[in-house]
Design a protein around this ligand. Sequence first.
Ligand SMILES: NC(=O)c1ccc[n+]([C@@H]2O[C@H](COP(=O)([O-])OP(=O)(O)OC[C@H]3O[C@@H](n4cnc5c(N)ncnc54)[C@H](OP(=O)(O)O)[C@@H]3O)[C@@H](O)[C@H]2O)c1
Length: 249
Amino acid sequence: MRLTGAVALVTGASSGIGAAVVRRLVEAGSHVVAAGRDADRLARVAAQTGATALVSDLSRPGAGRELAECALARHARVDVLVNNAGVGWAGPFVGMADALTDELLAVNLRAPIELTRALLPGMCHRGGHVAFVGSIAGRLGVGNESVYSASKAGLDAFAQSLRLELAGRRVGVSTVVPGVVDTEFFTRRGQPYRRRRPRPLAPDRVADALVDAIARDRAEVYVPGWLRLPVAVRGLLPGMYRRMANRFG
Ligand SMILES: NC(=O)c1ccc[n+]([C@@H]2O[C@H](COP(=O)([O-])OP(=O)(O)OC[C@H]3O[C@@H](n4cnc5c(N)ncnc54)[C@H](OP(=O)(O)O)[C@@H]3O)[C@@H](O)[C@H]2O)c1
């Protein structure tokens, strides 16, 4: 995928990984539409990068489709869609409020599906790329993050199915699978990250991997790369994996 001159829509662009992706895509020569909920933070990212800001709350039904329509109204086309916006929640599942469950599923899964549905016809016509920011939680499952893990596993399955469906067309599909990244994600989810290892990575590392995956049409990228190891162990030796997961969390 040629990024120079491409129109890219990035969700969750107001902070963390999304803001880093906006910077990388602008450096690569793309025209970036940066979408987020917090108007002030989004305006700062837009002012720093020259991206166009679009404020949108993706937890509402239909918000993904509306955001796609707004982006098309501004630029007439979207060549690259980066489905990055996401929200977490940590704690025992029985204590999770229904409204939070709905929010996680809406932002992490429904909105990317809506956005992709709205933008894919144009991409199929002209060529394009859809990228998803998944999570290692979606590949492995994480205790006390069951709904978050389920939302990311759903996103993963959607992305992989779409890639198969679009094989041979001019639309690429990539999933980036990050581990722990140094953003506000943890404080926002209500529980800071307290483990010493693995150490949180800079969001720029994820942004670099994501932009490279788009440019080279890579199906999936783990950041850091060693994360594919526990996923492989789980697939090949599930009993051993469960024992290790129970012991180390
Ligand atoms: N940090 C990690 O360790 C980690 C690991 C694996 C995967 N991820 C994934 O990486 C992605 C980016 O997260 P991050 O780490 O960069 O965290 P972050 O700094 O908290 O960024 C989350 C972004 O999602 C946006 N967002 C949240 N709720 C939204 C809503 N209702 N409508 C529209 N936008 C909304 C936020 O927008 P506002 O600020 O404008 O509200 C923000 O721009 C997420 O999908 C997350 O699941 C993160």
